[in-house]
Design a protein around this ligand. Structure first.
Ligand code: URA
Length: 209
């Protein structure tokens, strides 16, 4: 699918299957989310530009590669995005973090924004938005709208699962934002849940249901 990268690494697929199982405990789900988020982070940053720096090893001076440009920004769509954030920050500890509070009104399925915080200079940074579920796409669209309003233009969207309806909706508004996901599932149900999915990601990671 154009504009979408499906991360089909065997370890990602294996962990995702265990996360989908209804009998997986909150503790297990959280641990797997942390592990899978590192693997997803590895893939979403695979093509970052490198630049050479002169360093000294204990033996000699050498030219060695480092990631070019300003530090990345991980933008977490609250609350479920924070589950992905933790593992990603372990891999990229110097990343800046933006929090975007958008919840889905369960009746209208429309996003309601209640919080936004981001570094001042997001226009100069690569932003990776994280949210485990790209369902209707409405919250993701709202998050990208907000970041673009603040000048961001280099944005990627990382999730665990995406629904075809959500991808279509998202790409109709933000075709410039590449989507990275571990799976494109079958469809959305009438309540806006991804099928087969894994249930409510926030409830599963925080044990709130
Ligand atoms: N959000 C979730 O947590 N799960 C879904 O299936 C859809 C949206």
């Amino acid at each position: 699918m154009d504009g979408v990268t499906v991360i089909d690494h065997p370890l990602v697929q294996h962990k995702l299957t265990i996360m989908r199982k209804k009998e997986t405990s909150t503790a297990g789900f959280r641990r797997l989310l942390r592990e899978i988020s590192m693997l997803l982070c590895y893939e979403v940053t695979r093509d970052l530009e490198l630049t050479m720096e002169t360093i000294e090893t204990p033996l000699v001076e050498m030219q060695a590669p480092i990631v070019e440009g300003k530090k990345l920004v991980f933008a977490s769509i609250l609350r479920a995005g924070n589950g992905l954030l933790e593992g990603m920050l372990e891999l990229v500890p110097s990343a800046r973090v933006s929090h975007i509070g958008v919840y889905r009104d369960h009746e209208t399925l429309k996003p309601v924004e209640y919080y936004f915080k981001a570094p001042e200079d997001i226009a100069e940074r690569l932003i990776i938005i994280v949210d485990p579920m790209l369902a209707t796409g409405n919250s993701s669209i709202a998050a990208v709208d907000k970041l673009k309003e603040r000048g961001a233009h280099n944005i990627r969207f990382l999730c665990l699962l995406a629904a075809p309806e959500g991808i279509k909706n998202f790409q109709s508004v933000h075709p410039d934002v590449r989507i990275y996901t571990a799976s494109i599932d079958s469809h959305l149900n009438e309540l806006g849940y991804i099928v087969p999915g894994l249930g409510d990601a926030g409830d599963r990671m925080y044990g709130t249901k």
